[in-house]
Design a protein around this ligand. Structure first.
Ligand code: FES
Length: 74
């Protein structure tokens, strides 16, 4: 199963699929433990206190994202 990333409406990126093939690391290359997870939610509002994971703060902040895919012209 391929890894899929979905931008949730005014919320996090949901990463799902075979996460055993995914390496999620901090800037120093240390891996986050996502073993056994079926999916993870990555913060894109900047407000989570548990980055890079979403902790639901986007709802409190009223985060609004431009999540629609836009086709390129030409
Ligand atoms: S997207 Fe959920 S806390 Fe940032």
């Amino acid at each position: 199963m391929p890894i899929n990333v979905t931008a949730k409406k005014n919320g996090p990126y949901i990463v799902s699929g075979d996460l055993s093939q995914l390496a999620l690391t901090d800037p120093e290359g240390n891996k986050y433990d996502i073993a056994g997870k079926q999916a993870i939610a990555l913060c894109r509002c900047g407000g989570s206190v548990n980055k890079p994971f979403c902790d639901g703060t986007h709802s409190k902040l009223g985060f609004q994202a431009a999540e629609a895919a836009v086709k390129q012209q030409g």
